[in-house]
Design a protein around this ligand. Structure first.
Ligand SMILES: Cc1cc2nc3c(=O)[nH]c(=O)nc-3n(C[C@H](O)[C@H](O)[C@H](O)COP(=O)(O)O)c2cc1C
Length: 203
């Protein structure tokens, strides 16, 4: 047990390689949505909000999610591009925290992802005025039905306000559960030129 506690569970190597390996393990062990992550945004005067979104692309160029740009988060992101992301994989007892700023994905990238979605999901997101008040759920269902009638194959065009953001990370922190809560944390900080330095932190 002593040697297990002394050994380094989180490598010092490239943070994207660690992300890749932990994400691959999560895809095997998590019963639902291993790609679900909390996205924290804040208004320009510093009021935070957080919600879950799905990771739809990742790598050294960033972490991508898709949403409605007219939603609450979209408004906050238009005013303040700085975000934090959080993965917590309960079955693996691991957490990853990411901080960075967002940029919009290209329209081509958004079109390709939108086209890959289930036709009903495309209709649902085209019909949704995300985060706006809805008097009655039936109003939303009727909007979906009207679009389904207009586009029976589900090939509704991607609304211009439905697209993706890429988070370019400036810091990535890995947290691994260890015995008796002597947990392990390693924080990587970007040097802005493609390199990363890492430091262990007290848990
Ligand atoms: C597991 C999970 C995954 C979700 N994925 C997304 C997503 O990828 N994009 C999205 O816009 N909303 C997603 N949602 C819904 C958001 O959490 C949120 O309710 C919605 O985006 C409105 O947030 P806002 O009012 O802060 O803009 C997801 C919710 C859950 C629970």
């Amino acid at each position: 047990m002593k040697s297990e506690q002394n050994s380094d569970a989180i490598p010092h190597a490239d943070p994207f390689a660690i992300f890749e390996s932990w994400f691959a393990e999560a895809q095997k062990s998590e019963p639902n949505d291993p790609n679900a992550m909390a996205l924290a945004t804040s208004t320009s005067d510093g009021h935070p909000s957080v919600r879950m979104v799905l990771l739809k692309g990742h790598g050294p160029h960033g972490f991508v999610f898709y949403t409605n740009f007219l939603s609450r988060k979209g408004g906050e992101l238009a005013a303040n591009p700085n975000v934090a992301l959080l993965f917590h994989w309960k079955s693996l007892r691991r957490q990853i925290r990411i901080e960075g700023a967002i940029a919009e994905v290209t329209p081509e990238e958004a079109d390709a992802y939108f086209a890959s979605r289930h036709p009903e999901s495309r209709l649902g997101s085209a019909a949704s005025e995300q985060s706006r008040p809805l008097q009655d759920r039936q109003v939303y269902l009727d909007r979906v039905a009207a679009l389904r009638e207009q586009y029976p194959d589900g090939n509704v065009p991607r609304p211009a306000h439905w697209s993706g953001y890429r988070v370019t990370p400036v810091a990535i922190e890995f947290w691994q559960d260890r015995d008796y809560r002597l947990h392990e944390r390693r924080r990587f900080v970007s040097d802005g030129a493609g390199g990363w330095t890492s430091t262990l932190l007290y848990p």
